[in-house]
Design a protein around this ligand. Sequence first.
Ligand SMILES: [Zn+2]
Length: 83
Amino acid sequence: MTYCGRKGCENPAIDRRSNRYGYICPSCVRELEQVLIRDYQRTGGYAPDIISKFMATFNSGYQENLTEAREVIDIEFPVDLDN
Ligand SMILES: [Zn+2]
């Protein structure tokens, strides 16, 4: 079993591995996507050290926050099976 190389992350990693940063788990991949999108929207590009900074910082709780956000959406916009 291999584990995510991000600081403080103890999730198993499945298939993604960087020569520079080692393995990354699916949860951190999804969070990294958000980080990259925000950086691109803010600056029109990516800071050269953005991934190394990401890998050196603890999980922000993004995945837990995402679960909560989806619950809010499910309540407000339940799937309409009749449509
Ligand atoms: Zn991870």
